[in-house]
Every structure is written in C-alpha cells, then in structure tokens.
Design a binder for this molecule. Sequence first.
Ligand code: THU
Length: 161
Amino acid sequence: MSIRFRGGTTVPTKPKKTGISTPTVDSELFDCAKRACKNSYAPYSRFRVGAAVRAASGKIYTGTNVENIAYPLGTCAEAGAIAAARVAEGGNLVLVDVAVYAEAGDAQHVPCTPCGGCRQRILEFGKNVRVQFFGTDLCCHEVTSGDLLPFSFEFDSKAEQ
Ligand code: THU
C-alpha cells in the first residue's frame, strides 16, 4: 500500500503490526509539516525537519528546527509547533495528532522519529496523541505518545514540599 501526497510524492505505508502501525497516513498533517520544513534553519546538520500538530480544537500548528552556531541552543521542529499551539490555544491546548517530516539534501521523507526530548514534550499535552513519522524502513509509522515514551518522567507536582 502507498499514499500519494499533494506534492505528488508517493510513500509506502506499513501494514498494521503490534504496537506500531500505519492504518492511514494523515496527509493533511504531513502536507503542513512538509511546508514548515521548507523554512527550516539547519545550516549545521543540513537535516530539515517540519512538524505539524493538530489540537483538539481541530486547528493545525506547525514548527521547524532552528539551529544555532552554539549547537545546544538549536530547537526541534516539534518544540516550535507545540509552542505555536500553546500561544494560540492557551490553557485549552490538548494535542490529538502529530506528524514529523524531514528532508536531507534532495531526499524527501527522510526517516525522523521524534527525539527523546520531543517525546516528553508531546506527552505533556496528551497521553494518547497519534504520532506519525517515517522510520528507517522508509515506511510511515503510527504510534501513540504514551507508547512512544515508556517510563516517561513524571512527578506529583502537587505533593507537599
Ligand atoms: N530534530 C528535530 O527537529 N526533531 C526531532 O525530533 C529530531 C531532531 C532536528 C534537530 C536538529 O536541528 C536536526 O534535526 C538534526 O539533529
């Protein structure tokens, strides 16, 4: 099975498996992520990433990676998208879907699973967020935010000091 994006690119999808699957590629979300990726600032890694998040309101927000000559200051695409969503939605923000898309050189649909930090960022706004990305098998995968980061960091912030 394969999915055709608006841009004309055809990408394979992986048949449903335990834990990780791709029943339907969210092409609306990936198109947004792909557009965001065009504005990536990645002169150091040359790895351009676009992320798109859909909130419970149905609205879509995007972000891209923005690197810095002081390397650790660079930010991930997912972080930008989540910040944009929070600015627009404030305390109502609940994430429902996330798509992560990457390009390197002339290659499109380059494998890019959300990094560990971004898994925790996504989890902050929903334990059951549907996250789609391209794996190293070049297929699009889908997994929930909870499954993407087992043993995520948590603490009882209301506990007495
Ligand atoms: N990157 C993201 O934007 N999101 C991820 O989840 C993984 C990595 C970016 C950070 C850096 O600018 C480039 O990809 C290479 O690591």
